[in-house]
Each structure stands twice: as C-alpha cells, then as structure tokens.
Ligand binder design. Sequence first.
Ligand code: XUL
Ligand code: CO
Length: 431
Amino acid sequence: MTDFFTGIDKLEYNPDSTSLAFRHYNPEEMLLGKRMEDHLRFAVAYWHSFAWPGGDPFGGATFERPWFGETMELARLKADVAFEMFDILGAPYFCWHDADIRPEGDSFKESRRNFEDIIDYLAEKMEHSQTRLLWGTANMFSHRRFMSGAATNPDPEIFAWSAATVKLCMDATQKLGGENYVLWGGREGYETLLNTDLKRERAQAGRFLQMVVDYKHKIGFKGAILVEPKPQEPSKHQYDFDVATVYGFLKEFGLESEVQMNIEQGHAILAGHSFEHELALAASLGILGSIDMNRNDYQSGWDTDQFPNNVPEVALAYYEVLRAGGFKTGGTNFDAKLRRQSLDPLDLIAGHAGAMDVCARGLKAAVAMLEDGTLENKRNERYAGWDSEYGKSLLQSDLASIADDVESSGIDPQPRSGQQEVLENLVNRFV
Ligand code: XUL
Ligand code: CO
C-alpha cells in the first residue's frame, strides 16, 4: 500500500449519503435485464489521472505527484497508486498509452524493455484486482519525433518507428486481455498546406491502418480496432475530423467492416456536432465501438477534457448507445482530467465518483425513456408513410414513373408538425 490515498475508503453505493459515495451508481442494479456496471463499463484513463502534470499554455506543472520522474521504480509506484484508485472506485476497467506507463528509454529497444517490464508488472497487479483493460494505445504525439505526424510523417523512418510502436502496444494489449485497441491520430494532420502532400499523407495513414488490421488477425487479437475522430488540436487540420470523415476514409481503404469508432464527447463538440449526433451516425453505419466520456467547455473552443457534469446531455448519449444495442467490447472511458488547481488526492476520487454518478443518472434516464417508448413511437409515426406500400414502392421506382404518378394520382401532401417542443418536454420528464 502507498500512502497517497490515506484516509479515503472504498466508495460504496449509498443514495442517502451527503459525503463521498455513489448516490446513483449502483453496479448491481438491473436495467433492461443487465447489471448497471455491465451497461456502463467504466474505465479510468491512466494519462489524465496519473501522467498529466497540470500544465497549460501559460504555466507548467501544478501537480507534484510522488511518482513523477522517468525511472522504472517511479513507474511501478505510479502503477501501485493507480490500482489503489481503481479499487477505491471499483473501476471495472482502465486504459493506457505506452508513454503513460513506462519511462522513455534512450533507444527504441530500451523503451521496449521498459514497457514490457511494466506490462508484466501490470499483469501481476491485475491478478489481484477486479480491474481489467478496456484498451491500450500508443502515444505518437508527445515526443518531438512525432511533431510532423506518425504514420503520415514525411520521413519514412518515423512511419517505421510508429509501426514498431503500435505492434508493441497491440502485443501488450493482447497480453493483458484488453478488449479493444485504439488509434487516435494525434498529429496525423497538418499545420500548413504549403509544406504538406495531403494525398500522400492520407495514403500512408490508410496503409498503416491496413497493417494494424492485418496484424490483429495475425496474432488472433479478439478485441475491436477503434479509431478516435477529432477535428483539430494538436494539428490545425486533422485527417480524422469526425465520424463521417473517418467512415469515408475507412471505405477508401476497404476497412469499414474491420474498424469501429471510439467517440469522444469533447471531440464531437469541437467538430461542431453534438455527442449524440456522432453516436447515432456511427450506430447507423454499424461502427459504434466505445466512448470517451468527458465534457468540453462550450465557450473556450478548446479540448478541455473535463469530467462530465450534465445529466441531460449524458442521457441523450446513452440513449443512442442503448438504441444501438449497448456496448459490446466498448465502454465508457473517462478521458477527463482535473482542473489544474485541483491538487488533492481527494479531487481525483471526487472527479471520477461524480462522473460515474452523472453517467448512472444519464443511463437510468435513457432506460426510462426507452421503456416508456413514447419517443420511439413518435419517431416511428413520423416515418410511418415509408412503411406503407406506397412508401416502399417509391424507393423501387424511377423519376419519370414517379412524376407520372404524382399527376395521375393527384396527391396533395400537407406539412405536419415536427413537434420539437413536445419531444423536448417529454425528454425533460426523464432527466
Ligand atoms: C486526445 C485524446 C486521446 C485519446 C487516446 O484528445 O482523446 O487521449 O483518447 O490517444
Ligand atoms: Co480520447
């Protein structure tokens, strides 16, 4: 045991509690025939909670964690504290980048050794923990070698380094029983077209993703390969802008049945979408895999990665997840960090506990809306014409025949209310 969380006990479900406890997240509660924990599948993100030092563009580190530093001993201390936090929260999953968990070495080989040793250490810790790996990923955006991209880099040696890095991270994910492997294209984009061959860079990224999929099959990894869209930051123009853009990319490289999406709330907002739009679109394309749950500031226009705190928004997100049949290999990863003034160990626990409660409330509201059925019925009624013989036959017809029919049948279509306010009032009954 470390002394980092001294004085903080394992959180319990207690709806009447006025102190630190879950007032809504009850893992055992049954909803739609499934335990709440199995619906939500919460994961803690190693990078924000244990690796981020609290800097912003105007100031450096504000957190002074006892495990900060690039040694193996400190990496193991970090893992000890991480698993203590997973226990306090009862977190079913966690997620990592290679760079979050191991110190960088002086060569690829040394970094690999460090990484593999830490993976062994995590495997030991997982033997005595309820917490499993939701996904692993590679950090190919922080180190200066990646400043012009990873797979899309103008330098083929960086492509090679990146391929070797992803292979290593996929091996480790499989070793730890990870349920997904994520690729977020950190610096896969560009700052200025003046120095960028956009066609070549996208082709490199497509080939890279094909190699990832081939390797998944080669090693028999059973999890899902997920791409995480984001429109800007760090690059001004990111190739993985949003769900629609990534789907076009997957089609272009023949990967649409191999790769799914990890959709993040804040990234959806940055792309000018709502979270539920991105989820509904991915679901309709059959590529909704997992979610990075957080909250983006609506004023700053930047990726603020706050803990979710808006039940009505979260409810609409889980409504789309449930309509799509719920998570399979995916889950709810808190890609969320403390504000840089939140220095205390208690803040880390409170941030996650509150977020888990907000998600539980959102999920319960979404389940209630589905069980009530009015929202779905109203949507179905709106499109009922398309289920009629007339509606179905139209889609089998052609422009000229339809034109003839419009005149001979003398149809006289009348506008009908979209009832947005009625529907918003309906949703407000549940949230
Ligand atoms: C960055 C982001 C990443 C990915 C994993 O905005 O969301 O942390 O989730 O690389
Ligand atoms: Co993310």
